[in-house]
Design a protein around this ligand. Structure first.
Ligand code: WTA
Length: 664
């Protein structure tokens, strides 16, 4: 196995880029012989050989891989790299919707379920590839009827209903880049994104079902549109049948519009580098960044990673719990699954409606084989209690996935034992909106798993952990996670702001893409993400990643979730403040605080013992479930708990008031 090289240059204390890594995980889980035999990459020998070859001759590797896609015209050159701008499969022409739909219509897949959708109230709709193709063609023709041409941006503001996937593919079919905005975002957030990408049309719905009631969605569009001069039409899906105001000449019911158009819509071929979509990511501060992905490279990344890392087979029912408003919903609800001819299960609502066993019910009812969710959800399941799983048959599951944050080893073990019944490999996937597809993740039939590690890079991905000068840091030392060469599904730019693209991703470490995350590699070369670099704690000269301290706290049996931040401290530089959520039924106490401090001391070392522990019922999270440590830092540092930072991406605004009162 390739181990990272030791840094050749001594690191000066002044730059002190390294992160001390103290948490050691010893458990290892190898794939079963049966799983390995049935999967595409069945041994480490095969993985290593292919990974080595892919780095030795990337053009050959990617060129060969791209033959798996259906092209209207073959490419001339695999990659043109003018740092930091890349073009892939130059000269080729392709259509993403053809790859997800049309190419499956000539064989037996045509009558197979492409999407199975369950609404929160419980109704189920299944669309075969033929049916989905028809719906996509109808919606594409409606867009054309409303004057949408190749290159025009279309904002999609929909709940998790089939139309969300249909809209993306309809846009792809006619070359109109989509920009999906999460339907839980406010009118203000929608307005900002619509204006930034200059969309002239929005696809939305009257509402959606969430937590048992019909939420209004169209009304946010009405409010946003008071400040979006370019928008000419709004197409409205009827989902809840609640009352909405339709502005004559601007707003149209989609089900009426589809009656007026043909169901034939031949797909146009587009250049490989034709923009496929813009997806806004909020980042920790400042204006949201419009991450731009283009057609062929993005599609190839989604296609290959779904095939090899999820080991997706046509007979699988695959359930990814992410909303289409996030990159995971783009790459692994829609594009990657459909380009492989898979069956994607979509669910509209929340995991605890009507009761906290909804996902287990869905898995049992639809016989899900592959289940992909986030550590934040897993920690909620643990908090809600194991009794919610017991009545359900989860034996159809054969593979589990995790994404979005480092998964704490204890949450990993729970997922493995309770959901996977110790049978299913867990594919912990490290990647980002910007990377388009998985970058570091295990091959489920080959890679021995270590709880909490995303393991090793995918084919063609040259990932490393480096110091500020770009030298690889020694084994088990933390540093900055970088990718040292371009890959097909990488973002091409930040929409309308190439300078920000260059500065954010390509200026930190010379010649490398810097992901913003801290990581270390162990003696086997495995990657361990230790958290965002901006969140690293500096305690008495030791730099500690948030994830290790949090994992140590979460490994205490009474704890459900923890977030750790630094508070300025005259003596130590930073003091460690931990916000801790306890499992249902556990009471706050001084004794428990002492026990937790002692526990961290034992797991990591005295340096990481929290100076302050505050119990709270909830942690502040973004809508995609990431803990907002930035806000916690403010709460921890200000004597009266005042918060001045931007809170617009916070899921539950009420939580700040609660945190300010959190018991300390
Ligand atoms: C974090 C989500 C550890 C990381 C696909 C990254 C992870 C950011 C993992 C991107 C993982 C995502 N282990 N950390 N398996 N997956 N992250 O853009 O900090 O919403 O930089 O993309 O999430 O978040 P984004």
């Amino acid at each position: 196995m390739s181990t990272p090289q030791a840094s050749t240059k001594p690191v000066s204390a002044a730059s002190a880029p390294n992160i001390d890594s103290m948490l050691k995980e010893k458990r290892i889980f190898k794939p079963s012989a049966a799983f390995a035999k049935a999967s595409r990459i069945g041994s480490m020998k095969k993985y290593k050989k292919l990974h080595r070859a892919s780095l030795k001759n990337p053009d050959k590797f990617w060129g060969k891989a791209a033959e798996e896609l259906t092209w209207a015209k073959p490419w001339k050159k695999v990659c043109v790299w003018k740092p930091p701008f890349a073009e892939w499969f130059v000269g080729g022409k392709i259509n993403a919707s053809v790859n997800c739909l049309d190419r499956h219509l000539t064989g037996p897949l045509r009558n197979k379920a492409a999407l199975i959708w369950e609404g929160e109230p419980g109704e189920v709709v299944t669309l075969t590839y033929q049916q989905l193709h028809r719906e996509v063609c109808l919606m594409a023709n409606v867009l054309k009827k409303h004057g949408v041409e190749a290159g025009d941006r279309v904002v999609v503001y929909l709940p998790m209903i089939p139309e969300a996937v249909i809209a993306m593919l309809a846009c792809a079919r006619i070359g109109a880049p989509h920009s999906v905005v999460f339907s839980g975002y406010s009118a203000e957030a929608l307005k900002e994104r619509v204006n930034d990408c200059g969309a002239k049309i929005i696809i939305t719905s009257d509402g959606g079902f969430r937590r048992g009631s019909a939420l209004g969605i169209k009304r946010n569009v009405d409010e946003a549109l008071l400040g979006t001069p370019k928008v000419k039409s709004v197409l409205v899906v009827q989902r809840t049948k609640q009352e909405v105001i339709m502005h004559p000449g601007r707003d149209f019911w989609l089900h009426e519009e589809t009656q007026l158009v043909s169901s034939k819509c031949p797909a146009q071929p587009f250049d490989s580098e034709h923009p496929l979509f813009i997806l806004y990511t909020s980042g920790s501060t400042g204006k949201p960044k419009g991450i731009l992905h283009t057609t062929a490279g993005y599609l190839l990344g989604c296609h290959l990673t779904t095939k090899y890392l999820f080991d997706l087979k046509p007979e699988d029912v695959y359930f990814c719990t992410a909303d289409v408003g996030w990159i995971t919903g783009h790459s692994y609800v829609a594009y990657g699954v459909l380009s492989n001819g898979g069956t994607s299960l979509l669910y509209e609502g929340v995991p605890n409606h009507p009761e906290p066993d909804r996902f287990w019910r869905l898995i049992d009812k639809h016989k899900v084989n592959i289940f992909y969710t986030a550590p934040t959800a897993i920690r909620s399941f643990i908090k809600w209690g194991d009794e919610w799983l017991a009545p359900h048959d989860l034996s159809s599951l054969r593979l589990l996935g995790s994404v979005g944050e480092p998964i704490n080893p204890e949450a990993w073990m729970w997922y493995h034992d309770k959901v996977g019944n110790k049978r299913c490999p867990i594919v912990d996937t490290w990647w980002q909106t910007e990377t388009g597809c998985h970058m570091i993740a295990p091959f489920p039939g080959a890679t021995p798993l270590k709880p909490g590690s995303a393991t090793l890079p995918f084919f063609g991905i040259d990932a490393a952990v480096v110091d500020d000068d770009g030298n690889e840091v020694p084994v088990n030392q933390g540093g900055k996670l970088v990718i040292r060469r371009p890959w097909p599904s990488m973002l091409r730019t930040i929409y309308g702001d190439a300078a920000r693209y260059r500065k954010t991703y390509w200026s930190e470490i010379k010649g490398c893409y810097f992901a913003g995350d801290g990581a270390r590699r162990d003696k086997d070369g495995y990657f361990w993400i230790v958290g965002r670099i901006d969140d690293v704690l500096n305690v008495a000269g030791h730099r500690l990643g948030t994830s290790e301290v949090e994992s140590a706290i979460v490994s205490h049996p009474d704890v459900a979730e923890a977030a750790v931040v630094g508070r300025p401290d005259e003596l130590k530089g930073q003091a460690v403040v931990a916000f801790v959520t306890l499992k249902n039924g556990v009471l706050h106490s001084k004794a428990l605080k002492d026990a937790l401090r002692a526990h961290v001391g034992k797991e990591i070392g005295p340096i990481a013992k929290p100076d302050d522990i505050r119990f709270t019922d909830m942690l502040p999270k973004t809508r995609s479930g990431k803990i907002m440590r930035r806000l916690l830092k403010e709460v921890a540092a200000s004597p009266n708990g005042e918060i001045k930072g931007d809170t617009t991406t916070l899921e539950d605004l009420g939580i700040l008031a609660k945190l300010q009162k959190s018991e300390d």
